[in-house]
Ligand binder design. Sequence first.
Ligand SMILES: Cc1ncc(COP(=O)(O)O)c(C=O)c1O
Length: 453
Amino acid sequence: MSRDELTKIILPEDKMPKFWYNVQADMPTPLAPGLHPGTKKPLIPADLQAIFADGLIAQEVSTERFIEIPKEIREEYKKWRPSPLFRAHSLEKALDTPCRIYYKYEGFSPVGSHKLNSAIPQVFFNKMQGIKRITTETGAGQWGTALSLACKRYDIEAMVYMVRVSYNQKPYRRIFMEMYGATCVSSPSTLTESGRKALAETPDTPGTLGLAISEAVEDAVGREDTKYSLGSVLNHVCLHQSIIGQEVKLQMEMVDDYPDIVIGCCGGGSNFAGIAFPFIPDKLKGKKVRLLGVEPAACPSMTKGVFAYDLGDVAGFTPLLKMYTLGHNFVPSGIHAGGLRYHGESPLVSQLYHDGLIEATAVMQNDCFSAAQLFAQTEGIIPAPESSHAIRAAINEALKGKEEGKAKSIVFNLSGHGHLDLAAYDNYLSGKTEDVEFPEEALRESLKTLPQV
Ligand SMILES: Cc1ncc(COP(=O)(O)O)c(C=O)c1O
């Protein structure tokens, strides 16, 4: 079959990558160290041991190019991996573009997103250490769902703090987590000191990921049997997600194609890192491939933030990370893409953006919903509101290609499906979804509270 006849590009199970790719081995500028929030001195592994399992800390600081994926994890991965790469023939036709558009479908996982790629290894390494309980935060609920399933697979208790605005918008996600035996509460909650403080100060707060992280970390450090788990941002999470881009490279080889541009939406940065980082070595060797991260105009950490040390959470429990940030006190408007409402960006993505190896753009919520609707009507899949940001950027690139008469090859990460986000689409269809102007003044105020380093 010729390249243009294929719609599903399926990598056989035995070709699934056996190693994660670690971009830290290839970065032109090494990562600035994380700092202790109290002493502001570079972190030592012991600082992280109160919250993370040892196996994950080793991955966090590793500069080995390839790290073997344990066989037990590969066996779990096989339930949904390798994930299909689709050629978006119908979307191309609707856009009347000469460009070839491909999407990597991570919504094929049992929980509906890429998040399980990291939840399984994170829980696995906790299990190896005898941990009995894991706490976490979740925005839209995709990460919480993934962690809940992973915990059940390894017989560990899961406690999920879900950002209030999403908890109210997406009640089915809570039920999804409870089906896997997890406990899910709205954040801020009355269970933690940080939650009670936030509720006392702003009773009607929509909540933020930064605050939910504070609650989950506070809960974990208070108990011997418990560790904390983060669904994005950190190096080990980007490492786990690298299986996505490695598969894409093999799948593109199968159709004798190579991307001109690779696109992913950016919350904390992990699904973008996952699809984009495996292309960095090629780029460093001179290949012309653009790597584009897409963030919401309501929470544009790279395109409007500053590159500075900041806290990963609101209460100040997490290490200081050098990253693009809007300031840990920034409260983004309650957009439906709850998974993109994080004030910072992964330090790895941030450093590579700073060094000009990746690009970033910000898009408005309604433009994403219209892209999602066109995608649903052509390709059939209703995307997660987060993923619709990548779709919007891919469509814009395809239309630009048409204007310039260039047949570019465009690959984007469809990080998840939106089957439990129908209330958001209902809002959009009835014209109730607002594009809020970015609050420059709130950003200035928030940046004033960046820690002095
Ligand atoms: C479907 C989906 N895509 C993307 C994201 C953004 O996270 P990240 O930038 O870590 O991939 C989320 C986060 O919740 C998500 O649920």
